[in-house]
Design a protein around this ligand. Structure first.
Ligand code: COA
Length: 148
């Protein structure tokens, strides 16, 4: 498996994975929303802020981050490849690009939502702690913070 920065040549491969996991994400329900997300991914790729995990050239994990906001913006691993520490490796790689003194924030599901069980367990395992309750795309969510 390779963990690397994705570039514009990876976009179709990347969006194929997003299409397989979109059910996990509020805000990716419609064709228009996916088209908008494609543009967002291309813009992150242009800023060297899109990380992917590849197995035999197939993208099985994706992560978007913002250096300016110290934020993990999007994270997904293909269902068949979960629990193989792929997300953990992508987060470790992301941290090499971040200011080591700044806390990292991510927004995820609130407690009690079935879709959020994996993500919340994952972030806690990596040392993130629970933060503010907020809303995103009209859904109740919670911040998780990696304190540094
Ligand atoms: C959350 C997600 C990215 C985790 O990816 P992953 O590659 O399976 O995670 P890892 O294998 O790196 O997990 C590392 C550790 O986190 C914890 N963890 C991960 N998934 C878990 C789960 N479903 N239940 C309990 N603990 C979990 C475990 O401690 C795991 O280590 P272990 O397998 O040795 O016990 C993946 O489940 C996913 O894509 N979910 C759907 C999309 C999503 O929720 N994205 C985040 C929204 S903000």
């Amino acid at each position: 498996m390779e963990i690397e920065l994705g570039n514009m040549y990876d976009i179709d491969n990347w969006m194929n994975l997003v299409d397989r996991v979109k059910g996990n994400f509020p805000g990716l329900e419609t064709k228009e929303a996916l088209e908008e997300h494609r543009k967002t991914v291309l813009s992150f790729m242009g800023k060297n802020s899109a990380i992917c995990a590849k197995i035999d050239d197939k993208i099985v994990g994706t992560l978007l981050f913002s250096k300016d906001n110290n934020e993990l913006c999007f994270l997904a691993v293909d269902t068949e490849y979960r629990r193989q520490h792929i997300a953990e490796k992508m987060v470790s790689y992301m941290l090499t690009f971040m200011d080591p003194e700044s806390d990292i924030v991510v927004t995820t599901y609130r407690e009690g939502v079935p879709e959020g069980i994996a993500a919340r367990a994952f972030y806690k395992r990596l040392g993130f702690v629970e933060g503010k309750l907020t809303e995103e795309f009209g859904s109740p969510v919670q911040e998780f913070i990696l304190k540094r």
